[in-house]
Design a protein around this ligand. Structure first.
Ligand code: 5AD
Ligand code: SF4
Length: 444
């Protein structure tokens, strides 16, 4: 048994989705509450948490290589905790293969991390990948500080079982956090400096709860309650599933000014046959009809999506239908991935696995179409005046970087501060950002 001094400094490295970023922040807050300090930039930490992602290929390999890289010149290692979805899916194997890993903790169990760290300092290795009925959120410390933009996990897990996806296995069944807890957490984030809150969930639009008056509400009810907070300027939510979209949430986009005109609604493929094989339980037409309803409620809404190319059996003609869908929608932003067989998912053993070169080539064509539309969307924004929430300094002196309501990165020069909402004229567009001209610094 190898005992160590109690760690004094920590570093949390999060990979993958925004939910992991949120979890990583909460783990950091817990460790800080337990007396540890964040390791200064460029210095070794006594404790390193690798908060991993399992959604696509080479996730586990990446974890092993990260673990290897943490080895110091004298052969020692920091205390290593592997957290997140790789921990959930492959925890036992990691423990067996990587002796320097002292803790494996799944996404539903990380409230137990401080106790596991104390055990690790005493030389005990531990694994906790339980999915307990009681929620970890109740056990986490209150949030105190926030940047201008903050994440708030409102819903976790997924019951959809798309045939390619590991999330239902690693994150468990769909569960909504209670309304009152979320309002309280949002209040603390706003008191700590947040001007924008992004509500997070694997199926965020499946969130349901009871509002302060005991009425059953969907996500629109939560958004409406948060919009009442005077110091909160912007609300966003991600990621949604087409089948959980409600009339009330669509209407909220036309009724609640603080709800930003941006919707991330993954579709994955433009072929109904492929969508069927993916178990998406929506069609191309039903997806397009849904987007039309959003556009009717909020005509300037910016649309975003996710795509998978090379799903087993995908033909060239079916891929062509995806390109056609992209043309029809005109996305402001979209994310596209090569299909990656995930162990334990139905698609991993389907016939017709698509060769790598074919996937590479399809991905390139899809990304070219998406980049074209992204640039077109940004170009169409030039000449517009809009509000930008300042998030950080830019690379050049006097330069600031923030986001437009449509989630575009906008940089500009002039007098401003982080957390300001300034009025900017969008002057010049690139595929990934816009240059703005500062018109007015809002005093807030
Ligand atoms: N292979 C490739 N992409 C995947 N995604 C989820 N699972 C896989 C997989 N096995 C993509 C989907 C999803 C996004 C978060 O990741 O597009 O919307
Ligand atoms: Fe995965 Fe499908 Fe659930 Fe999204 S809806 S998390 S893609 S199973």
């Amino acid at each position: 048994m190898q005992t160590t001094d109690k760690p004094r400094t920590y570093r949390v490295k999060s990979f993958g989705c925004q939910m992991n970023v949120y979890d990583g922040e909460r783990m950091a807050e817990m460790l800080a509450e337990d007396g540890l300090s964040p390791a200064p930039e460029g210095e070794d930490a006594d404790l390193v948490v690798l908060n991993t992602c399992h959604i696509r290929e080479k996730a586990a390999e990446k974890v092993y290589s990260d673990i290897g890289r943490l080895k110091r010149e004298d052969g020692s290692s920091p205390l290593i905790a592997v957290a997140g979805c790789v921990a959930q899916a492959e925890g036992e194997e990691i423990m067996a293969r990587a002796p320097s890993v002292r803790m494996v903790v799944g996404p539903q169990a990380y409230h137990r991390l401080p106790a596991m760290v104390r055990d690790a300092a005493d030389g005990r290795r531990s694994t906790d990948t339980d999915m307990p009925a009681e929620t970890k959120f109740d056990a986490l410390p209150a949030r105190r500080k926030s940047g201008p933009t903050a994440f708030l996990t409102v819903q976790e897990g997924c019951d959809k079982f798309c045939t390619y996806c590991v999330v239902p296995y690693t994150r468990g069944a769909e569960a909504s956090r209670p309304f009152a807890d979320l309002v309280a957490e949002a209040e603390r984030l706003v008191a700590g400096g947040a001007r924008e809150i992004t509500l997070l969930g694997q199926n965020v639009n499946a969130w349901t709860g009871e509002d302060a008056k005991g009425r059953g509400v969907g996500l629109e009810g939560l958004v409406a309650a948060l919009a009442e907070m005077p110091d909160l300027a912007r609300i966003r939510y991600t990621t949604s599933h087409p089948n959980d979209m409600t009339d009330a949430l669509i209407a909220a986009h036309g009724e609640i000014a603080k709800l930003m005109p941006y919707l991330h609604l993954p579709v994955q493929s433009g072929s109904d046959r492929v969508l069927g094989a993916m178990n998406r339980s929506h069609t191309v037409d039903s997806y397009l009809a849904l987007l039309d309803r959003f556009r009717a409620a909020r005509p300037d809404i910016a649309l975003s999506g996710d795509f998978i190319v090379g799903f087993p059996g995908e033909t060239e003609a079916e891929f062509g239908e995806t390109l056609k869908l992209v043309d029809a929608v005109g996305y402001a932003q979209a994310f596209s991935f090569k299909y990656s067989p995930r162990p334990g998912t139905p698609a991993a053993t389907m016939d017709g696995q698509v060769p790598r070169q074919v996937m590479d080539e399809r991905l390139q064509r899809l990304q070219a179409a998406i980049n074209r539309d992204q640039l077109a969307f940004n170009q169409a924004s030039t000449g517009r005046t809009c509000e930008v929430l300042v998030e950080r300094r830019g690379k050049l002196p006097g330069q600031w970087l923030g986001k437009s309501p449509w989630l575009q990165s906008v940089f500009f020069e002039g007098e401003a501060a982080i957390g300001d909402i300034v009025t900017v004229e969008l002057a010049e567009a690139g595929p990934n950002s816009l240059r703005g001209r500062l018109l007015e610094r809002a005093l807030v």
